[in-house]
Design a protein around this ligand. Structure first.
Ligand code: GLP
Length: 243
């Protein structure tokens, strides 16, 4: 696990974009595992800039997203499909038919089967991750045990609390979500976590300690052979990370 300490959000966005750019240039038909949240937005903006100004080519790239809220149509402004179109896909030359975000409405069992089928036949070259305040990855909430494959999760109170900033009220935050399982995430060739500091101090502190704990799912990143974690200097200072 390689921890990259950056001076601020912008530098983190550039460093993360460098990692993605290298993969896209070396393997133009790569598959990117993508994530939502405020942490990767700067990286998406930087990738869009490199696409329009520097010819970074996404025309053959495929993508699959980590998760989606249950109950929100892809046209809902807070759905993760909408987020991805709005923050990345509408600004790069990717073929949207090659992008996959699980469907959060209709027959969820069927949607999960489709999600698992896609994951089972896809080699994800790099999976982008954020971390929830409770240490969740995607929407894999802390527990005694964790799931291997894509499944439905009931969101923890702390997750609903953290994500209410995106909705008009807490009552509007969905209580359930579809998410890749921990196995799907761990099978990606590389992991790239960006933490920009939305109450993730406790989870990040556990992540850099020498323990794996299902009650803090992000700690499983320690088991991965090629995992990058980008944190800002301020957060590194707060949690006493010395490198
Ligand atoms: C949501 C997503 C997670 C993401 C987290 C962190 O809960 N389901 O995948 O990691 O938000 O968001 P932020 O980057 O805004 O802190």
């Amino acid at each position: 696990m390689k921890v990259i300490v950056v001076k601020d959000y912008q530098e983190g966005a550039r460093k993360a974009a460098d990692i993605i750019e290298k993969i896209v240039r070396e393997k133009p038909d790569c598959t990117l595992g993508l994530a939502t949240g405020s942490s990767p937005v700067g990286m998406y903006r930087e990738l869009a800039r490199r696409c329009s100004e520097e010819g970074l080519d996404f025309s053959k790239v495929h993508s699959v997203n980590l998760d989606e809220y249950a109950g929100l149509e892809g046209t809902h402004e807070q759905s993760y499909r909408y987020f991805m179109n709005d923050n990345l896909f509408d600004h790069i030359n990717i073929d949207k038919a090659n992008t996959y975000v699980a469907k959060g409405t209709g027959d969820l069992k069927k949607n999960l089967k489709e999600f698992n089928d896609i994951l089972n036949k896809t080699d994800i070259d790099i999976q982008v991750l954020g971390v929830g305040p409770d240490g969740h990855l995607g929407f894999n909430e802390p527990g005694e045990t964790l799931y291997d494959g894509a499944h439905e999760e009931t969101l923890d109170e702390s997750t609903i609390e953290a994500n209410k900033r995106f909705f008009a009220s807490k009552e509007e935050v969905p209580t359930h979500a579809l998410t890749m399982g921990m196995g799907n995430i761990m099978r990606a060739r590389r992991l790239l976590m960006i933490i920009s500091g939305n109450k993730q101090e406790a989870a990040t502190k556990l992540l850099i300690e020498d323990r794996i704990d299902p009650k803090c799912p992000c700690t499983f990143m320690r088991l991965h052979r090629e995992a990058y974690i980008i944190i800002e200097q301020k957060l590194a200072d707060e949690i006493g990370y010395k490198g």
